[in-house]
Design a protein around this ligand. Structure first.
Ligand SMILES: O=P(O)(O)OC[C@H]1O[C@H](OP(=O)(O)OP(=O)(O)O)[C@H](O)[C@@H]1O
Ligand SMILES: NC(=O)CC[C@H](N)C(=O)O
Ligand SMILES: [Mg+2]
Length: 505
């Protein structure tokens, strides 16, 4: 997952975009970038691998001048992890465009070919986001006049929707025009719109992956950008919006609510926190029903994402909730780290047991999800080392059995612990005394309660149904060959920096 942000204002936006990226950091830890438009109508760009606090030093911030800008934190799902594939991306025609993308395209390969052979455009990286930028640029280029009207920009987004498949929440800037943001016709990845009225009465606008970024910067939430919709804000601060998809549907990604988003965000009118509490209610009730004879002394979350779920399970079961693990606050999220070796070693650096909570007790550990099983296997071992008598595990998400192709880096089914396995086999692998998963219908119900208008969630990782309908076994095999952990490790070793475009180093 990645985090994106864009602001059109009347004061310098560099610090605000930096601050927004820090609260979106949980969506991507590998690279970060900010691009602004300065007073001379030139882009200023700084992007590099690393956390936000590492990428932007004072000298970079000083150079990122301008009242309009976009930012990105990256968790790669396509291409390489080279710094030249950090975002935003730039293309010089028409007018000069930069773009930041959260999601993943499922027809990037065909689009690249078409861009080269028909559009005569070369894309110098292996990033799907640079392809998306070039498709957008190609469509804007069909209007051979300056300035472009809002109608032209919306027509270009409509043409992007016709050609591009997959998931994309996008923020982009066009020199001489302003900022454009849009969301794919299934609304798989989130995007929210907010505003801030400044002292002289003018309105600044902001778009971001999650509403928490608006809160932090004092922007008022207006609404979610609708699936298929585009938002255009001119340099003068004039906002227009248009539905650009023929048949938009709301199919937001269910895993955002389970793991990715911050609990204090609202996505598609649903509080992530409340959804997690309801996940706890449903799972707690299932545990009470199915594990009547299990003797549980204490409920312990596996920090950090599962804490809200675990607290509610403890309430339902009427058992004490205890912080049995202490999280090292300086180690990031392990699941989104590149490479299994790094992920494994991170779990023990990140979590340590409070022995007093384990000694001679039967403990119920709660996690939000079990993906590769890296965390659960080690945590169960740590609980035993700390003296637990019996260790039970509950997962707020059902078994994750299928790859994700829409912006979560789970491209390889064989790396998923639940792929092709039943609960009992998984239990044996992670060495739990008992294991329970949430049912998919319960998870959907828990999330959907606040917004029953959502007819269907994107939940392919649980049921193998891909809402864009273009994903077949051939594509999944292709993706697996490209992006399994071994392939990525080899690619990292042989990686060379591509053409470095103008980058405030
Ligand atoms: O089965 P696995 O492959 O280990 O993946 C699942 C684990 O990874 C995530 O935690 P993470 O450390 O990324 O972040 P968190 O601190 O937000 O829980 C998630 O919350 C699970 O704990
Ligand atoms: N997680 C994401 O949203 C990734 C965006 C894009 N596909 C990349 O790999 O850079
Ligand atoms: Mg976790």
């Amino acid at each position: 997952m990645c985090g994106i942000v864009g602001i059109t204002g009347f004061m310098p936006v560099n610090q605000s975009i930096y601050d927004a990226l820090t609260v979106l950091q949980h969506r991507g830890q590998d690279a970060a970038g900010i691009c602004t438009i300065d007073a001379l109508n030139c882009f200023r760009l700084r992007k590099a691998n690393g956390l936000v606090s590492d990428v932007f030093e004072a000298r970079h911030m000083q150079r990122l001048q301008g009242n309009i800008g976009i930012g990105h934190v990256r968790y790669p799902t396509a291409g390489s992890s080279s710094a030249s594939e950090a975002q935003p991306f730039y293309v010089n025609s028409p007018y000069g465009i930069t773009l930041a993308h959260n999601g993943n395209l499922t027809n990037a390969h065909e689009l690249r070919k078409q861009l080269f052979e028909v559009g005569r455009r070369h894309v110098n990286t292996t990033s799907d986001s640079e392809i998306l930028l070039n498709i957008f640029a190609q469509e804007l280029d069909r209007f051979q006049h300056y300035p472009l009207e809002a109608d032209n920009i919306f027509a270009a987004v409509a043409a992007v929707h016709q050609q591009v498949r997959g998931a994309y929440a996008v923020v982009s800037m066009i020199i001489g025009h302003g900022m454009v943001a849009f969301r794919d016709p299934n609304g798989i990845r989130p995007l929210v719109l907010g505003k801030r009225v400044i002292a002289d009465g003018r309105t600044e606008y902001m778009v971001a992956s999650e509403s928490v970024a608006l809160d932090t910067l004092g922007f008022e939430f207006i609404r979610d950008v609708a699936p298929g919709e585009a938002v255009y804000i001119t340099e003068q601060g004039q906002l227009s919006t248009r539905q650009c998809a023929e048949n938009p549907k709301s199919n937001p990604c269910l895993f955002e609510y389970v793991y990715f988003a911050r609990p204090d965000s609202f996505l598609d009118k649903i509080s992530v926190y409340s959804a997690r509490v309801r996940m706890g209610t449903k799972l707690g009730e299932k545990i009470a029903r199915e594990w009547e004879d299990l003797d549980i002394d204490v409920v312990i979350p596996i920090p950090e994402t599962s804490t809200d779920v675990a607290l509610e399970i403890a309430r339902i079961l009427d058992k004490p909730y205890r912080q049995g693990f202490v999280k090292n606050r300086y180690v990031g999220r392990t699941f989104i780290m590149p490479g299994q070796h790094l992920r494994r070693s991170a779990v023990r650096r990140k979590l340590n047991a409070n022995r007093a909570e384990f000694r001679d007790k039967n403990v119920l550990l709660v996690d939000d999800s079990i993906v590769r099983g890296t965390t659960s296997e080690q945590i169960i071992e740590m609980a035993r080392e700390a003296g637990a008598k019996r260790v039970y595990l509950a997962s707020a998400a059902p078994e994750i059995r299928f790859p994700n192709v829409y912006g979560i880096d789970m491209p390889s089914a064989t790396e998923l612990i639940a792929h092709g396995r039943e609960v009992e086999e998984i239990r044996q692998l992670i060495k739990a005394d008992a294991l329970i998963f949430q049912d998919l219908d319960d998870l959907i119900e828990a999330v959907r309660e606040e917004n029953p208008d959502i007819a269907q969630f994107e939940c392919s990782v649980f049921n193998g149904v891909y809402v864009t309908k273009d994903v077949d076994q051939r594509y999944l095999d292709y993706l697996q060959s490209l992006r399994n952990d071994d392939a990525k490790a080899i690619a990292r070793q042989t990686e060379v920096e591509g053409l470095e475009l103008h980058n405030e180093g």
